[in-house]
Design a protein around this ligand. Structure first.
Ligand code: ARG
Length: 283
């Protein structure tokens, strides 16, 4: 377990966090591939721009380096870089998107990562895998969600490629279709989660590996409060979860709450808009 250094002393974090973001120039609700999306309820472009810029500005003030990939026309969900793939050390595993609407993003992300010195490890084409959106390290284990987007079979392939312990958990609520919408590991060994988003077996697996779990209330879960970017003691999360924020502050975290209404319309929020490069240095 990581123990916090006193404020002001040298940081315990081992490396400078690098994040990949994609400006929302072509963002919009142009198709419906999850229960939050409705073409009848489009995102307001200027407000989406503002919310994304506020996220960018908030992250920029924290200890991390931000990279931007050039957005591409006709790929409105490319803003959600958490689904680009999974990066561990210098290895990048590109996503195999389940929906054809997003499949066009994959070559852009792979090319960008390759140009930036990452080694690309492709999964077999027949295995759907949606990257960091469905794969989050907690302690020594890589928790991987499956059913709505990623296939459970992709987890074995990811484990083999990385040589890490993978714990597969089934997602059961279509509103929480990616793991990062309902699960957020914290650096002190705890995790934020919405238990009802997992089947019983998945709940048990998470409880077995993480003893310190912070349950999210259903009324806060729908604001995607688990969809948080955690940078040491700073947590950037969507507004609308006062109970969770109080619990996190109690534990010594600094919470940065941001309006995310326009991205929630696509079924995304803070964490979906960010991919860690890498998420871990090694397994
Ligand atoms: N509209 C996008 C989709 O359905 C949202 C992706 C959200 N990303 C995430 N990591 N949860 O694929």
């Amino acid at each position: 377990m990581i123990r916090w250094a006193p404020i002001g002393s040298s940081k315990l974090s081992i490396f400078m966090r690098e994040l990949l973001l994609c400006p929302p120039d072509y963002y919009g609700i142009e198709y419906e591939i999850n229960p939050w999306m409705s073409r009848a309820r489009g995102a307001e472009a200027p407000l989406a721009q503002k919310q994304w810029k506020d996220l960018h500005a908030t992250l920029s003030k924290l200890e991390c380096k931000i990279h931007l990939i050039t957005p591409q026309p006709k790929l409105p969900d490319m803003v959600f870089t958490a689904n680009a793939g999974l990066t561990v050390g210098k290895k990048f595993i590109p996503s195999n998107f389940r929906h054809k609407e997003r499949a066009g993003e994959a070559p852009h992300f792979a090319r960008w990562m390759e140009e930036h010195g990452y080694e690309i490890s492709w999964l077999p084409e027949n295995l759907y895998f949606e990257g960091e959106g469905d794969a989050l390290f907690g302690g020594d284990a890589l928790f991987c969600g499956y059913k709505f987007r990623s296939d459970i079979q992709s987890h074995r392939a990811v484990a083999d490629m990385l040589g890490c312990l993978v714990i597969s958990v089934e997602l059961v609520d279509p509103r929480f279709y990616h793991l990062d919408t309902c699960f957020c590991p914290l650096p002190d060994g705890a995790a934020v989660w919405f238990p009802a988003a997992f089947d019983e077996y998945g709940q048990r697996a998470i409880r077995e590996h993480i003893s310190d779990l912070i349950d999210v209330l259903p009324e806060e879960a729908v604001h995607f409060c688990s969809n948080a970017v955690v940078l040491d003691r700073d947590i950037v999360l969507p507004e609308g979860a006062p109970t969770l924020v109080a619990a996190l502050r109690e534990r010594g975290y600094r919470c940065h709450e941001l309006p995310m209404s326009e991205f929630l319309k696509a079924g995304g929020a803070c964490k979906c808009l960010v991919m860690f490069m890498p998420q871990r240095q090694a397994c």
